[in-house]
Design a protein around this ligand. Sequence first.
Ligand code: C5P
Length: 398
Amino acid sequence: MLSGKKILLGVTGSIAAYKSALLVRELVKAGAEVKVLMTPDSKAFISPLTLSTLSKNPVLHSFQKNDSGEWNNHVDLGLWADLMVMAPCTANTLAKMANGTCDNLLMATYLSARCPVMIAPAMDLDMFNHPSTQTNLDTVKKHGVDIIDAEFGELASGLEGKGRMAEPIGIMEAIDSRLGKKKVLTGKRVLVTAGPTREAIDPVRYISNHSSGKMGYYIAAELEDHGAEVILVSGPTSISPPPVHKIINVVSAREMFEASQSCFSKVDIAVLSAAVSDYSPEKYSETKIKKEESSGGELHLKKTPDIASELGKTKTNGQFVVGFALETDNEEANALKKLKSKNFDMIVLNSLNEDGAGFGYETNKISIFDKDNNRKDFELKSKREVAKDIVSEIIQRI
Ligand code: C5P
């Protein structure tokens, strides 16, 4: 079932760590390749030798590999994995995950990982019920982490309540359904455009906008996670690339147009989330324009290709195209106008009038309209969760 899947198992300092041995054995039996990472405290609960023997791989617990000064590369580990599972996950590690604290190899790997992450919390009932723990669980959920719920029962303290780590069999089921299930977008090819474009004025200056690319990158990752083969055409961003089939980096609207056009006929779905510059300078100056040369600061502009409209003209019946609208006024009317004029099947409206939504924020608030006149409004959410909503709306319509 998990044949060939690469799994990073994070073990933290809880008495439930004894169950990690069984979990490793089950994972290996199911065909997975397992590498175990331990926090320093967890070694008091279970020996690295046990876990390395069962996983058939060295167990890693510190940045330094050995006395030769070699290090355990957390970035490579994070990129290697198809899935990272923290089992058991203590209140301490959960809090570090919620806050991005990076004081051990396990946390550095978590922060570097691009794969899905699951946690199986394990702690005493009062620790589990504490508002801080519950807030931390909500926070990591918002970051896209799947929680394998703790169970009720007798705890190591002798108290009874919720906090026991799920049994290895339950964790295996959760891993299976996360990795083993046939994914709904398997066999679908998707084009995603994301980020801003830059229109060069001279070798030094350009016209652009505040787009960070985050929304499009999350959508691309979410589509790929559902089994799609994603081609991401990205303008210049400063965020790390998502784990997708192919990334084509472009700079200008013209380059984005050419890259998008070259793959459009081969895709089933296109999600055009890029903030494409509408204008570029009429003439590019090969040399830096001097203050005294510019005629009173005037810059003559020409229209860039409207990628969405051009692709819309050649759209075939089987293709599903999603556009975006970012409006400051007459939001609904403008979004509906674009839905029609650009031949979109669905449009996502981002409002700049909402606190916490739009450029640069980690959160976004959207409304979705489709060509059958349906409208759906969503709460303010993290961009990762918004991406899940958008992809789920696409899946429902194709
Ligand atoms: O017209 P407006 O820029 O508001 O339309 C937004 C939608 O059109 C977005 O989906 C955006 O990616 C797309 N677009 C495009 N090419 C342009 C301008 C916008 O693909 N030149």
